[in-house]
Design a protein around this ligand. Structure first.
Ligand SMILES: Cc1cc2nc3c(=O)[nH]c(=O)nc-3n(C[C@H](O)[C@H](O)[C@H](O)COP(=O)(O)OP(=O)(O)OC[C@H]3O[C@@H](n4cnc5c(N)ncnc54)[C@H](O)[C@@H]3O)c2cc1C
Length: 372
């Protein structure tokens, strides 16, 4: 279906989750939308992540509000794109030490704990939610607001729902190299004019977009991930270990300061265990964080062994064999006053990027803010 010339035109550059959510927001507002992606199909952070719609750990105030708004929009959007695999599965953050339990106890006393869907579960209560959790932990923080999508399926599911509008066109293999007022130009010198151009190039902008973003308050972060063969036991909730309490702003405060130093391997890799059972049964396990460029090109076994051991201890069983490993890079805004980065590059041309490790979560609400 080709985009209709009589409607206001939106060109979206970038086929990741941020670009796709802008395409959806544009179609909803009556635009005729063309989405241009450098690769035939997107291969960036949006297909390499956990698919966690992670609300619980957000900072109080603006970040939590944006995450809650995004979660609501995700649910509505996914209703029209069931193949995205959205499920209100909740999460369990597991405390193995009394110091970690103290952080969970403080979390359920937060003023906004109810909005986050927080409740404290004893070991027995957590096992009643997830019988697969037979390992050594003391208690768990349940977050009812956290949800899961399937990152390897979500973008194509959302594109299919966009196609159904009759006002959307996707072009893979189309790299934008130049931009100017109300237009962008691709590598074949084809010019794409629009009333509004929204560029969502993720962590790997090139050409004019790289030039436009030079000096912006952004950095890149590299993560290592792995996936096992299918795990036989049911496991609906997303799981996190006590190390995750060190990284999410919701848990800041004296109990967190009393956690003591992190063990050497996870400390060296800024690692936490996050684990999601995919709809097809595989366990997605991560993650690590590297900030210094140039990033290594290889995947390192050390943090992987640590994360697999922690997961196996919580489940009290050996994990299925690892089937695949990968690294992903996201772009993160470095100005603490911002949740992501948006700038006007030319008249009618906007760039939106830098949501960091929360882009899968926040993207529907970020797209709404662009149009607002
Ligand atoms: C391993 C990992 C785990 C994560 N886990 C989570 C999670 O569970 N929950 C969460 O909320 N967030 C998570 N994140 C963060 C999240 O994945 C990112 O914030 C989000 O995917 C960024 O989306 P994006 O569309 O900006 O970027 P991308 O997905 O990288 O998409 C950008 C696209 O733009 C294209 N592009 C770039 N330049 C051009 C050009 N000049 N012309 C045409 N196309 C171009 C690229 O080819 C790419 O496809 C994770 C990230 C990683 C790496």
């Amino acid at each position: 279906m080709s985009a209709s010339p009589s409607l206001p035109r939106l060109v979206v550059v970038g086929g990741g989750i941020l670009g796709t959510m802008h395409a959806l927001a544009g179609v909803r507002r009556g635009f005729s939308v063309t989405q241009l992606e450098r690769d035939e199909v997107p291969r960036g952070a949006s297909v390499r992540n956990f698919g966690l719609i992670w609300v619980g750990g957000r900072a109080p105030g603006a970040e939590l509000e944006l995450a809650l708004a995004a979660r609501e929009r995700w649910e509505a959007i996914a209703a029209a794109a069931p193949a995205a695999g959205f499920r209100s599965a909740g999460s369990l953050t597991l405390a193995r030490r009394p110091e970690e339990l103290a952080v969970l106890e403080a979390a359920v006393e937060l003023e906004d704990a109810k909005a986050r869907g927080f409740s404290l579960c004893s070991r027995a209560e957590a096992m009643a939610i997830e019988p697969a959790l037979r390992g050594d932990f003391l208690a768990a923080l349940h977050c009812a607001q956290d949800a899961i999508v399937e990152p390897r399926l979500a973008l194509s599911a959302l594109r299919s729902s966009l196609q159904a509008s009759g006002r959307y066109r996707y072009r893979g293999g189309c790299e934008i190299v130049e931009l100017g007022d109300h237009h962008v130009v691709d590598a074949t010198r084809t010019r794409h004019d629009a009333d509004l151009v929204v560029c969502c190039p993720g962590a790997s902008p090139a050409g004019a977009l790289a030039e436009a973003l030079a000096g912006a308050p952004l950095r890149r972060v590299r993560l290592q991930m792995l996936e096992t063969a299918p795990f036989a036991s049911p496991l609906a909730s997303a799981l996190a270990d006590g190390d995750s309490l060190r990284y999410y702003p919701a848990y800041a405060g004296p109990p967190r300061e009393a956690l003591g130093p992190q063990a050497p391997v996870p400390a060296a890799w800024t690692a936490q265990l996050l684990m999601v059972k995919r709809l097809a049964g595989h366990l997605t396990i991560g993650d690590t964080h590297q900030y210094v460029e140039p990033f290594p090109f290889d995947l390192c076994a050390e943090p992987e062994q640590h994360l697999v051991e922690v997961a196996a201890r919580l489940l009290a069983t050996a994990l299925p064999p690892i089937e695949r490993r990968w690294a992903g890079i996201y772009s993160e805004v470095t100005d603490p006053a911002l949740l992501y980065y948006r700038a006007e590059l030319a008249s009618g041309v906007v760039v939106v990027t830098g949501p960091g490790g929360r882009g899968m979560t926040l993207s529907p609400a970020i797209a709404e803010e662009t149009f607002a």
